[in-house]
Design a protein around this ligand. Sequence first.
Ligand code: ATP
Length: 363
Amino acid sequence: MDIALHGIEKSFGKLQALKPIDLHINNGDFVCLLGPSGCGKTTLLRIIGGLENADEGRIQFSDRLIFDQAKKINVQPQKRKIGMVFQDFALWPHMTVFENVAYGLRAQGRKAEVKDKVSEALANVQLGEHAKRYPHQLSGGQQQRVAIARAIANDPEIILMDEPLSALDATLRDEMRILLQSLVKKLGMTAIYVTHDQHEAMTMADQIVVMNDGNIMQQGSPEDVYREPENETVARFVGKGAVLEGMHRQADGIDYLQLNHQTRLPLPQKEHVDFADGTMLTVVIRPEQINLTKAPAETLLAGTVKTVSFLGEKYEVSFTVDGSDELLFANAKERMAPGDQVYFNIDTKSIHIIEKDGMNYVE
Ligand code: ATP
């Protein structure tokens, strides 16, 4: 089911939680709404689900008009063919697992289908043997799987999930992420998943919608928003790295980003990078574009290590460029320590320019 939002707006008193939002989601896509706390992700999800009414705008599920403020159309949540999963599971404590999952089907009067549909949904989340238990007899991960079974038992075409894994510990979260991803694809649902965790969004999403302050900042594949952020907010919120501002300078036929009078970084030698000398630029440099070493060489820039994190297969190092306070992030194979003098060069082909003289730069 395609989902289209046109001019969706929502205020709570004086607070404009959603500025006019336009969004198109393709049938079968797994879409993550990603953004900092309070940016409006949950409000947008609840409006799509019908738990909240927008002040303005229109929502369509394929060619079916679900909500239209101007025409006073508002399809009830239970008639929208959606399933919903929340962070706190929201299970009925006095009902068995079976009855929890059966709840929606019974409410829709689909009594004849209850046994088959509930068994199928529980099998899909690998909980077939726990049908007679009560929620308090299950672990957190199992309770969340019951909530997922309940959401899919009605054969929804759309599943809406609000931070469904954030109450679980890290190992369980990884397991559940894989289960959810494969289940959504297997059942052919369109999924919208709210998270403030960029790792979760990067690993699960076909499309990421980055939100900030009631606006959509960018929509694209994880690769797009990571490699080609359209603005500084997206560059800083998605992925590690440095967002640097400086002046474009040319010397000896080479383009540089002049950070201050001592420090300049080489810029990509792309044919279309053809700025006048002195243009102010904002660029994003990701850790994998930096080659960091402890061995000095004349061609390398010097820096000082600030922090080191061991990530298993690599170390993540933050460091400042000598002569500047700018903090950069790099990956290293060897252990380094805060205060170490380090040397680096940058893969100049892939630096992404996001702003030119204060305006978004489109390549
Ligand atoms: P979080 O990740 O913390 O849940 P979010 O991005 O999902 O954040 P929302 O919950 O959508 O953000 O909230 C957006 C803004 O609207 C916030 O400033 C919030 O305080 C406000 N808000 C949300 N619901 C209500 C409400 N029912 N009444 C008043 N203000 C609300």
